[in-house]
Design a protein around this ligand. Structure first.
Ligand SMILES: C[S@@+](CC[C@H](N)C(=O)[O-])C[C@H]1O[C@@H](n2cnc3c(N)ncnc32)[C@H](O)[C@@H]1O
Length: 299
């Protein structure tokens, strides 16, 4: 879900005595007890320690009595303090897994969420031409575009974002995974799109209400508002994307969008108004309305 259970109640410890004397891996892992506000405290601690020691999580379990050198312990202490302050693990480690890819992340855009994989999964199930052209609006790290491009080397994928730093990040991720069938553009939604028609448009746009109280809690506090909020009802960007997509789709082209769990009926109505048929909302793994898709009605 959008909001993790990491709460504002988490307080960093003022001193970390275990930084100054030799400690074992097992003792360092026990620090997970301090991450009282995290719903994944043990895993968080394992990830941070294996990152600081540059070893696999399996190594930590295999050698619990080893004493890491003091530099590694100091590095771990610094990472652990950031997590104590509530910073998301992905920002601390600098990457996040999405689909089959490890993606670099930064504070300029959203950390890809597991539920967004439903957009990718659904897109891959559609009956589309073999050499489809695909557009990902608001690509962030490039998650959706790169996942699709990695599965369908014959698809030509265009991805865009209006944040220059997100465009640079998505390009870095594209290059790291050597996905040559993706081009990444700097654009305010459709403004800089070339005059071609796509077989499929996808978007996970900002869809949180401006005043949603969750914005000041948990991991989401560290993510940019430009990737999250979209007007009083959270619908401004969905209205824009759904309202303008038809002009950029082939006859019978598909549109897939992610949205909030309470936005399904509004989004389906927007699809119908914009000329889409076969409109359907699908649930994520938590059985919450999460994506809506529709096919453009041929004229
Ligand atoms: C919810 S995030 C999704 C990021 C990525 N697609 C994902 O699923 O992880 C929304 C993205 O839309 C971008 N965005 C917001 N407004 C935009 C606009 N007017 N034009 C283009 N991109 C926009 C944000 O910068 C952000 O990267």
């Amino acid at each position: 879900m959008w909001f993790s259970l990491w709460s504002m109640n988490s307080r960093p410890s003022s001193s970390l005595p275990w930084q100054t004397k030799p400690v074992t891996i097992s003792e360092l892992l026990q620090r997970s007890a301090e991450l009282t506000a995290s719903d994944s405290a043990v895993l968080d601690t394992e990830l941070l320690l294996s990152h600081a020691l540059n070893v696999s999580p399996t190594y930590l379990k295999t050698w619990p009595d080893r004493q890491p050198d003091s530099d590694c312990v100091t590095t771990f202490a610094a990472l652990f303090q950031r997590r104590l302050r509530g910073e998301p693990i992905a920002y601390i480690l600098g990457y996040q897994g999405f689909w089959s890819l490890d993606l670099k992340v930064s504070q300029h855009t959203l950390i890809p969420r597991p539920e967004t994989e439903l957009l990718v999964e659904t897109a891959l199930e559609l009956q589309l031409p073999q050499q489809s052209s695909v557009l990902d609006l608001g690509t962030g790290t490039g998650a959706i575009a790169l996942a699709l491009a990695s599965e369908r080397s014959d698809w030509k994928v265009t991805a865009l974002d209006f944040q220059a730093q997100a465009v640079a990040l998505a390009e870095e991720n594209r290059a790291a995974h050597q996905l040559h069938n993706v081009q990444i553009l700097h654009s305010d939604w459709f403004a800089a799109i070339p005059a071609i028609k796509f077989d499929l448009i996808l978007s996970n746009p900002p869809y949180i209400e401006n005043n949603d109280p969750h914005l000041s809690e948990g991991d989401v506090r560290f993510e940019p508002a430009s990737a999250l909020v979209s007007g009083a009802e959270g619908l401004n960007d969905l209205i824009h994307v759904i309202g303008h997509s038809a002009a950029f789709l082939q006859p019978s082209g598909w549109l897939l969008v992610e949205h909030g769990c309470d936005q399904g009926s509004r989004v389906r109505a927007l699809f119908a108004e914009a000329g889409f048929s076969a409109v359907e909302t699908r649930c994520d793994y938590n059985q919450m309305d999460r994506i809506t898709l529709g096919q453009l009605r041929p004229c």
